[in-house]
Every structure is written in C-alpha cells, then in structure tokens.
Write a protein that binds this ligand. Structure first.
Ligand code: DGL
Length: 274
C-alpha cells in the first residue's frame, strides 16, 4: 500500500496525553485526517516492563498501519524511550514515524540551559533514554541533567484531575527539583498541567514547548515527503476518529470535543493478544 497525502495521520499514547499533540496538529494542519489510539485499558504504561511496552506499542502501530495511515506519531515518551528502536525497525519502510523526544532534543532549544530537570514516568527514567540522547547530541556542552520520576501523575491526569489535588502533588514532587533553569515535561500527560507547574516555579524555570517543536517537525517532514494534505478547497471536512481500548471516559471525550468539536467519532478497539 502506498500512502498518499490524503491518508490519515495515526497518533498514539497510553491515554489522553497524545491528545495535546493531536490538538496542535489540528491547529497547524487543519486538513489532516487523524486516527488517534489511546490504550486506556492498559494505562499507565509508566509502571510496565520494557517487554510489555514493546509488545503493545507494536500492536497499536500495526493497527494504525492497517488503517492506511501515512505517518504515525508516537505521542508517548514512555513508548518512545522503551520501544522506538523496534517500532522503527518494523515500520520505517511502510510509513513515516514521528516521536515526541528526538525533535525536542535536536531542536537545540536546550543549548542555553545549564541544569535541565526531566519529569517522567518510572519506565522512561529507567530506560535512561533522555540522558543518553542528550549527552550524545550535546557531547561538547557541560549540561547537568536531573531526572525525577513522578509515578502518580499520569493516572491522576488521565482520570480528570482536580486542581487542588494536583497542586499538592506538584509541590510534593517538584520541591525536589528546584535548582534547575529548564524543565522538560517528558510525559505527554504532564502537558495538561503545564500552567500549574509554571505557577509552582513562578515562571522562573523555562518549560520546553514540546507540542510546538514536535508538530513543527511533523509539518516539515510531511512537506519534504510530499505527504502534506492538499489545499482545503477540495477537502473541507477532514475526519477524526478516536479509538480507546476500554470504553471511553467522559474526561477523554470532553477533551476531544473541546479540541476537535462535536463532529468526531469514538470507537472502542480491544486487541486480542493471544
Ligand atoms: N503519556 C505517556 C508518556 O508520555 C505516559 C503515561 C503512562 O504512564 O501511561 O510517557
């Protein structure tokens, strides 16, 4: 199958985190059709083994490939840091593969930092993906990296967090991450609480604009590969479908409708792994 510019973009995450990447794509590339997959039945991925993450993410990527996507966006740091290599190996000849980590590191936005804080899930921290990549890419710079695993956050955000509760959890974690000048929200779920985190630091720590960098990268490469969706005049009505692997929660549904309006489709897809 040869994908064309009008084929959809597949985006996946363990749950709602990738929706913010999907939203940014919608803003900058409104003609693109989106097929989103949130593996809500298995969320959080942050406490799963590398083997589990590899196996399930390959299943999801195959699902999106079968839906004739021209590109997939791995909108989950936990999947990227544990399974990027295997996903690239399996699919690089079939479609374009984007992820939420490499463009952020390669963007050079970290050059002006001295001490970078990285907030992520336990599985991302365990993989050591960030320090390895950052040190490889900026081997000539003396960058200090502090990693902090925040295991409670993703599930709380997935379930529709209460502002008050999230505030005390942010304080609990970030009190240990104070002497930094730059912060990387290395879990797409955390992008939902960027303002709250910024308030904690009184705006004095630079928080990297992950969505913007990732979507600029996608836009550029779709153009370069002649896969950017053509002019709106001959397709004003791109379709967006949102799959979850358990019944869709009201919080998930609400976020999608805030970002995409009411003309979207929700479907449940349960994988048979045996
Ligand atoms: N959104 C995912 C990430 O970027 C992780 C959330 C989870 O633990 O499932 O890492």
């Amino acid at each position: 199958m040869i994908p064309s510019s009008s084929s959809p973009i597949g985006i996946f995450d363990s749950g709602i985190g990738g929706l913010l990447i999907a939203k940014e794509i919608k803003i900058h590339m409104p003609n693109e059709c989106i097929i989103y997959f949130g593996d809500t039945a298995n969320m959080p991925y942050g406490d799963k083994s590398k083997e589990f993450i590899k196996k399930y993410s390959i299943k999801i990527a195959s699902f999106l490939y079968k839906k004739k996507c021209k590109a997939i966006v791995i909108a989950c740091n936990t999947i990227v840091s544990n399974a990027l290599e295997i996903i690239k190996k399996e699919f690089c000849k079939k479609l374009l593969i984007f992820n939420v980590i490499e463009p952020v590191i390669k963007n050079n936005t970290l050059i002006s930092s001295k001490k970078i804080g990285i907030m992520a899930t336990p599985a991302t921290i365990r993989s050591n993906f960030f320090p390895k990549k950052i040190k490889k890419y900026f081997h000539h710079l003396d960058l200090d990296i502090v990693q902090m695993e925040t295991p409670l956050l993703a599930s709380i955000i997935e379930n529709g967090f209460e502002k008050k509760k999230i505030h005390s959890i942010i304080e609990y974690y970030l009190n240990h991450l104070k002497s930094i000048d730059t912060l990387l929200l290395a879990c797409t779920h955390y992008l939902f609480i960027k303002n709250e985190i910024n308030n904690f630091y009184h705006g004095k720590v630079r928080i990297i604009d992950v969505q913007k960098i990732v979507v600029q990268d996608i836009q550029k490469k779709l153009y370069e590969n002649n896969l950017f969706h053509p002019n709106p005049t001959w397709n004003n009505n791109p379709i967006s479908i949102f799959y979850t692997s358990s019944s869709v929660s009201s919080f998930f549904k609400k976020q999608v409708q805030i970002f995409f309006g009411k003309k979207v489709f929700f479907k449940t897809h349960i994988f048979n792994f045996f």
